[in-house]
Design a protein around this ligand. Structure first.
Ligand SMILES: [Zn+2]
Length: 350
């Protein structure tokens, strides 16, 4: 199964051997946002419940969802946020996101949730927690996808959002909460602000998984490591400009959660040809492949694996190794890790 399945730089499409292999490959997704995963289908359902802002009729919805640029992404994202008004909306979103993941053979996912956004919408944290947990249990039972949560501080809302998110994690923490994160803008949002929050979250047993080095330089990645105790880095794209940082990440085996299409869509990287992914691998850094906000960037985890195959010139065994790296880098329970590891190995062996 290690023969090349596509010529270097060759086409990968919905019917290519690489796409077929990836589609069937059992996978773990470690960097994907809850609201950012709302597909057109899900948004259509929510829009039907809450008519007025987003079209629910398929053709108009398709036009609304057509990715144009980053400003349009923010517009769509905020419109979707505005459709999630009740715990039942949160439950529907979560369960349907799990369905979309399961359809791609994602067997385990750490979903980055931003409860602060929902409580700002008037949803009580108790209702929020119950809704995601209820959806998680149902998704594992019905769809065979295991979900875990990362609670994310929306950096743009500053310390008050961090205080609230920490309270949600410590006082109302759902059973499946495994990590504590930080997203939003990096510029003008010093990581120092969040040191006490990450200290307390880590003391409570949560893993530190901040975004860093997506829209700023390698210094932010160093800050994430030194100030926030990062165990994985969301994106970390600009690490490529600092050889000492790459060496440090490699030596400590701190994985980067790489989301290639997102990086192009947000202009973190100018083009796929210039994406630093191959240089991370050359430097010995552990990398995982992820999708970030897939429908909003017109991608999917499967598509990101295809992109990685092209950037790294991977054969089927190489793709299976990528999937194994995500499992190993995850905070999944040991039995889930073992099961998924065996499933990937069996699949790659044909
Ligand atoms: Zn992200």
């Amino acid at each position: 199964m290690s023969e090349r399945t596509t010529p270097p730089g060759g086409p990968t499409g919905p019917t290519s051997p690489v796409a077929d292999f990836v589609a069937g490959l059992p996978k773990a997704e470690l960097h994907v946002h809850h609201v950012g995963s709302a597909s057109m289908r899900i948004v259509g359902e929510l829009a039907e419940r809450h008519p007025g802002t987003v079209p629910s009729e398929p053709e108009a919805l398709r036009a609304f969802y057509e990715f144009r640029d980053f400003a349009h992404f923010i517009e769509v994202y905020l419109a979707v946020v505005g459709l999630i008004r009740t715990p039942e909306d949160v439950r529907l979103l979560t369960y349907e996101v799990a369905r979309d993941l399961a359809a791609q053979n994602v067997r385990y996912a750490e979903l980055t949730c931003t409860p602060f956004t929902s409580t700002q919408q008037g949803i009580a944290i108790e209702g929020y927690t119950e809704a995601i947990e209820d959806a998680r249990v149902a998704a594992e039972r019905d769809l065979g996808v295991v979900l875990r949560w990362i609670y994310d501080i929306p950096g743009e809302s500053g310390v008050p959002a961090a205080d609230a998110t920490l309270r949600y994690a410590l006082d109302h923490g759902p059973e499946a909460l495994v990590g504590f994160g930080l997203g939003g803008p990096e510029q003008g949002v010093p990581r120092e602000w969040f040191v006490p929050h990450f200290e307390q979250a880590r003391a409570a047993g949560l893993h530190s998984v901040p975004h860093a080095g997506e829209t700023t330089g390698p210094d932010t990645v160093w800050d994430a490591l030194r100030l926030l105790g990062a165990e994985r880095i969301g994106h970390g794209t600009s690490s490529v400009h600092d050889p000492a940082l790459l060496a440090h990440l490699a030596e400590r085996a701190i994985p980067l959660e790489v989301c290639p299409t997102s990086n192009i869509a947000t202009r973190a990287v100018a083009s796929l040809e210039e994406h630093p992914l191959p240089r991370f691998v050359e430097a010995g850094v552990v990398i995982t492949i992820n999708s970030d906000d897939p429908p909003m960037f017109d991608t999917s985890l499967n598509r990101e694996y295809e992109v990685a195959a092209e950037l790294l010139d991977l054969d089927e065994l190489g793709l299976a190794h990528l999937a194994q790296a995500a499992v190993a880098s995850s905070f999944a329970p040991d039995d889930v890790k073992r099961r998924l590891h065996d499933e990937i190995t069996a699949y790659a062996a044909g």
